[in-house]
Design a protein around this ligand. Structure first.
Ligand SMILES: [Zn+2]
Ligand SMILES: [Zn+2]
Length: 443
């Protein structure tokens, strides 16, 4: 009896699991044809710059409100918070960023943007383009909202959807948090986000149990010297020499202190001092960017920069009140996936979307060697929230294969030639998100 029952349960389980997904996929596909496709088209033609995503936010709010969400606008600037309460259970957040970039679109697509907007930075009119694919994210967010509202009997808990401004300036998440996001709306138990990726095959998903985006920090070092005549160096303290020693010693942080398998970058991008051949100046300024993929590496590099700069100042004979001044500017922590949760979701996605829907790990590793940063971790680092950030490919397989075979390179994000195949990217983004939400908020 036990064997018969468990066989029956297994059959039932397989039937339910395989029946649920085609139904979900069909619903998303038909919603794309009638509603989401035209919505993507609208957003692609009408991108807006960071901090002035006014029309985008208004349309997103309207879409989510008509789907039955309780929507608050103007959170941390143009941010949107949409809540759907559906009984007891966890609160899960899904975030989509909304901003475009000051780039003139040259993709050749029929729905290319010809929009211009006054830049909040320069005050000049500039061309604007969704050159990073954030239009895919907001369209998917609307699609996710519509499916989750439709499938209310299949989940329990509170769903929080976030439309975030100014990701491209690494400002929006911070601004929403400063607007008391968790105090006003509740702190989620889990947080999710995805980015469309032009380097990956359209519609395929990639997820790692590590750090999909690096942390980025900015550091300035002001090297104080004692100015004097260039022909009498013994009468001063030369900040150019000390600054140069600091630049070289900083190279040892990554090369000699960081474990070889932990990635990190310390780049001195600018070094300014002096005004004339024969004057030893009294000041040099170094500007540094620091990248890392873990909080431990971040601390090691930032502490190391201060230690090296100050102690080289001591070695140069500077008094304690004239040591090099190290100033940190609030950067961005690394995006770190909760390894267990990433594992669990990956297994679930593989089962429900099929092995073919997941990108090959070796391919992803070959193509993700940069140290780009994201501001999503401002939501998830302090206080910590279990989170997973995944990617959805956006480029036709033939173009990816051609690049792999040494052919033309797929245009990268932020390029005027950037283009995404919206239908597979948006629909897979919705399917993966909805499946993850159902898994986290199962009854
Ligand atoms: Zn971007
Ligand atoms: Zn982006």
């Amino acid at each position: 009896m036990k064997t018969v029952l468990s066989t029956l349960c297994l059959v039932l389980f397989i039937t339910t699991a395989s029946a649920q997904n085609p139904t979900l996929r069909e619903a998303i596909a038909s919603d794309y044809q009638s509603h989401l496709g035209p919505l993507f088209d609208h957003w692609h033609r009408n991108p807006e710059l960071s901090l002035v995503e006014n029309k985008t936010a208004a349309r997103l709010a309207k879409e989510l409100r008509t789907t039955g969400f309780e929507v608050t606008e103007g959170v941390g600037g143009t941010g949107i918070v949409a809540i759907m309460k559906n009984g007891p259970g966890p609160m899960v957040m899904m975030r989509a960023d909304m901003d475009g970039l000051p780039v003139e679109e040259k993709s050749g697509l029929s729905n290319s943007s010809t929009s211009t907007q006054k830049s909040p930075i320069t005050g000049q009119m500039v061309p604007v383009m969704h050159a990073c694919g954030h239009d895919v994210h907001i369209t998917s967010l609307v699609g996710t909202a519509r499916r989750m509202a439709d499938m209310k009997t299949q989940w329990t808990g509170t769903l929080m959807l976030i439309g975030q401004p100014a990701e491209e300036r690494v400002l929006g998440a911070r601004m929403m948090m400063k607007d008391n996001l968790w105090k006003r709306f509740g702190k989620p138990d889990f947080a999710l986000a995805f980015h469309v990726w032009s380097g990956g095959e359209a519609g395929k998903l990639a997820v790692s149990d590590g750090s999909p985006y690096a942390g980025a920090d900015t550091v300035d070092i002001i090297v104080h010297g004692v100015g004097t005549h260039g022909a009498s160096p013994h009468r001063g303290k030369d900040p150019v020499v000390l600054g140069s020693q600091i630049v070289l010693a900083l190279q040892t942080l990554v090369a000699r202190e960081l474990p070889p398998r932990d990635p990190g970058v310390v780049t001195v991008g600018s070094f300014h001092a002096g005004s004339k051949h024969n004057i030893i100046s009294d000041r040099a300024v170094l500007q540094i960017t620091v990248r890392n993929t873990s909080l431990e590496t971040r601390k090691l590099l930032l502490d190391g920069i201060k230690r090296i700069a100050e102690n080289l100042g001591r070695a140069a004979g500077l008094p304690e009140d004239k040591l090099p001044e190290v100033n940190y500017f609030e950067g961005c922590p690394p995006t770190i996936n909760d390894a267990k949760l990433a594992h669990r979701l990956r297994k679930m996605w593989t089962e429900k979307m099929g092995t073919d829907a997941i990108m090959d790990d070796a391919f992803v590793a070959r193509h993700s060697k940069g140290m780009g940063a994201e501001d999503f971790p401002f939501f998830t680092t302090d206080p910590p929230i279990r989170s997973v950030y995944f990617s959805i490919g956006g480029t036709p397989k033939k173009d990816i294969d051609a690049e792999e075979a040494g052919g033309p390179k797929v245009p990268s994000h932020h390029s005027p030639l950037f283009k995404i195949s919206p239908e597979p990217a948006v629909t897979s983004g919705i399917e993966a998100t909805v499946l993850a939400l159902l898994d986290l908020m199962q009854q």
